[in-house]
Design a protein around this ligand. Structure first.
Ligand code: MN
Length: 257
C-alpha cells in the first residue's frame, strides 16, 4: 500500500493515534515573568466582536491580543540576538519541511520531583542515547519534566524572592545539543525553553543563546508528553506565518502508535 494511504488507514482505524501536546489558550494562560527593567509580554486578551447578536446576528468571533510567545508557542531563531542574522530565521521564512520531525522524549520527571531547578546534562542525554539510540537528525528533543501537571499560574511559574524555579538545560548541554546534534530544536513543558534561574547562567539563557544561534527552534508549555514513547512518535508543529514573526502560539500534535 502507498505510505500515505496506509497512514490514513492506520489513523482512521486507531492503530495510530493523534496526541494533542498543546495547553489550552485562555486569558489565564501564564506568560513568562521578566524582571521589571524589561518590557513584559502580555497574555491573551479575547474581545468579542459579535455573538449571534445585533453586532452580528448569525456569527460569533473574537479579536485576539497577545504576545507572540504566549501559551504553547514556537520560538524562531530570530527571537534571540544570536540568531538575528541567520537565513530563514523567522516564522514566515522557516522551511515548512522543518515543521515535522521525529520526537525523542527524555523522561526526567523523577529528577524534577526531587529538584524543581533540575538541569538536563550531556551525561543524561548520552545515557538516554545508550538506551534508545543516537538522536536522529531533524528530531525534536522533548524533555518530559511533569511540569504541565502544575495547575494555576503560581505553581506553574513557581516564582520566589530570588526569581523563578523551573527545570531546563545545563549550559553545556544546550551547547552540546546545538553543536553536536542536528536537531530541529527542544520542546519543554515549562513557560520557556530555559530554566527559571537561567538569567544568571553563563551565558544567560543558554538554551535560547545556543539553540537559536544555531538556527534551532523551541516549543514551550507542552503537555501530554507522558503519552509519548521515548522514540517513534512524529511531532507536527507549524507556527503562524507571521511576516518577520519571532514566534507564535501553535497547535502541536504528535502521531504515535
Ligand atoms: Mn518564547
Amino acid at each position: 500500500m502507498d505510505v500515505l494511504a496506509q497512514l490514513l488507514e492506520e489513523l482512521t482505524t486507531g492503530k495510530l493515534e493523534i496526541i494533542d501536546l498543546t495547553s489550552p489558550l485562555e486569558p489565564e494562560t501564564p506568560v513568562i515573568d521578566l524582571p521589571p527593567m524589561f518590557a513584559p509580554s502580555p497574555g491573551l486578551t479575547l474581545t468579542e466582536i459579535s455573538h449571534y447578536d445585533n453586532r452580528g446576528p448569525a456569527w460569533y468571533w473574537n479579536v485576539l491580543y497577545m504576545g507572540e510567545h504566549t501559551g504553547t508557542h514556537f520560538d524562531a531563531p530570530i527571537h534571540w540576538i544570536t540568531g538575528k542574522e541567520l537565513p530563514n530565521n523567522a516564522t514566515d521564512t522557516i522551511l515548512p519541511s522543518k515543521f515535522i520531525g521525529p520526537a525523542c522524549v527524555i523522561d526526567v520527571t523523577a529528577e524534577v520531583k526531587q529538584d524543581p531547578d533540575y538541569l538536563l546534562t550531556i551525561e543524561r542525554v548520552e545515557q538516554w542515547e545508550a538506551d534508545h539510540g543516537h538522536i536522529p537528525n531533524g528530531a525534536w528533543l522533548l524533555i518530559h519534566t511533569g511540569w504541565s501537571q502544575r495547575a494555576g499560574r503560581e505553581a506553574f511559574l513557581n516564582i520566589h524572592d530570588d526569581g523563578a524555579h523551573s527545570p531546563g538545560f545545563h549550559p553545556s548541554c544546550s551547547a552540546f545539543l546545538a553543536k553536536e546534534r542536528d536537531i530541529l530544536g527542544v520542546g519543554v513543558e515549562t513557560v520557556g525553553t530555559d530554566a527559571g534561574q537561567a538569567g544568571g547562567f553563563d551565558p544567560p539563557f543558554p538554551s535560547h543563546t545556543y539553540m537559536h544561534g544555531a538556527g534551532r527552534f523551541g516549543i514551550t508549555s507542552l503537555m501530554n508528553l507522558d503519552l509519548l514513547p521515548p522514540t517513534g512518535a512524529i511531532v507536527i508543529a507549524a507556527p503562524l506565518k507571521i511576516v518577520k514573526g519571532s514566534g507564535s502560539p501553535l497547535r502541536v500534535i504528535a502521531i504515535t502508535r
